[in-house]
Design a protein around this ligand. Structure first.
Ligand SMILES: C[S@@+](CC[C@H](N)C(=O)[O-])C[C@H]1O[C@@H](n2cnc3c(N)ncnc32)[C@H](O)[C@@H]1O
Length: 312
């Protein structure tokens, strides 16, 4: 088995040297593994890997409060508003919301389509649907269903349009989920999808190798961490017209917020558990970030892509 002597165990360097004669499980135990495969083997309590199976998490409230925090931030409110404007709900529209979470966006859409319209919102998590159903406004105006985006229980062309927001990143076969959305909207129907691309995730300051390890590990533990860059191609492959791609960049100089949004501390400890960095490296990295925050030098950012089109 390949031996690693560098202080920071950069997986890209390691994989470059690796000979695939060893058993996969041995490589995993030794911490020598493509990050891209890591999400399949990690516990469900991290924000990056846990949203694919919220109901299996030990503490589901983490996911609920994450969604509530994000909804309260101007960046998220702005792109969500744009994505709903592009969907253009009108009186009588029948619209589908995929991976609705707590159902906040679905409720907003339902309030725009009048009594003749209908919003169907699906999520694969019982917990999310249960919480959404506790709100009488949502119960009255949205049809909330437990369903898998990769196998939608609706007929072809059932909807005038569909929307997904930060859902495909949590799905191992996002192309299948995308095809299902396309199938269930009618011709000329609009599809609007927003997804991050975690290859755009940057943190400063910090030693280059450690920052790279932290951002790559975070991105690669999403089932589909590069979905942002893949989305335009999905729309092209399905023959959509009027495709529009809007990059939307989030940035913050607030370390406390970044810890919440990007799970920075948990992710750093995960990097340590997986053997990519040592305990002292994690501690000094977090201290450096904290010092930078105090001095107004902390900076963190990623870009998500709002992509839309009309089905031919
Ligand atoms: C990051 S949350 C986004 C929720 C909501 N769209 C929002 O913007 O607040 C991702 C949601 O997708 C759901 N999800 C994950 N995999 C799914 C799948 N295969 N089918 C349907 N929903 C899924 C999760 O349960 C979670 O509620």
């Amino acid at each position: 088995m390949a031996r690693v002597s560098s202080k920071v165990r950069n997986p890209y360097l390691i994989n470059h040297k690796l000979r695939w004669s060893s058993k996969f499980s041995d490589l995993y135990k030794a911490g020598i593994i493509f990050f891209a495969d890591a999400s399949k083997f990690l516990p469900m309590d991290y924000l990056s890997s846990g949203f694919s199976k919220v109901d299996s998490a030990q503490d589901q409230s983490v996911f609920v409060s994450c969604l509530q925090t994000l909804c309260s931030l101007p960046y998220f409110q702005n792109y969500k508003k744009k994505s709903i404007q592009i969907l253009a709900p009108r009186n009588g529209s029948r619209l589908l919301e995929i991976g609705c979470g707590l159902g906040e966006d679905a409720l907003g859409i339902a309030q725009m389509i009048g009594e003749q319209g209908k919003v169907v919102a699906i999520d694969s998590s019982k917990k999310m649907i249960e919480i959404a159903r506790k709100d009488p406004m949502k119960m009255d105006s949205i049809q909330l269903c437990l369903a898998d985006a990769c196998n939608l229980p609706f007929r072809d062309g059932a909807f005038d349009g569909a929307r997904a927001d930060r859902v495909l990143q949590h799905i191992f076969d996002p192309r299948k989920a995308f095809a299902e959305m396309v199938r269930t909207i009618k011709d000329k129907g609009r599809l609007v999808v927003y997804e991050p691309d975690w290859g755009t995730f940057i943190i400063s300051p910090g030693q280059k190798e450690i920052c790279r390890t932290m951002t790559q590990l975070f991105g690669d533990t999403f089932p589909s961490g590069w979905i942002g860059r893949q989305l335009p191609g999905f729309f092209q492959e399905e023959g959509f017209e009027k495709i529009q791609i809007r990059p939307e960049t989030f940035s913050t100089d607030d370390l406390v917020l970044a810890i919440q949004v990007f799970d920075l501390v948990n992710n750093a400890h995960r990097a340590q558990k997986m053997g990519y960095v040592s305990e002292s490296q994690v501690e000094s990295w977090l201290e450096d970030l904290s010092e930078a925050h105090k001095q107004g030098r902390f900076f963190c950012s990623y870009t998500g892509f709002l992509v839309s089109g009309e089905k031919l």
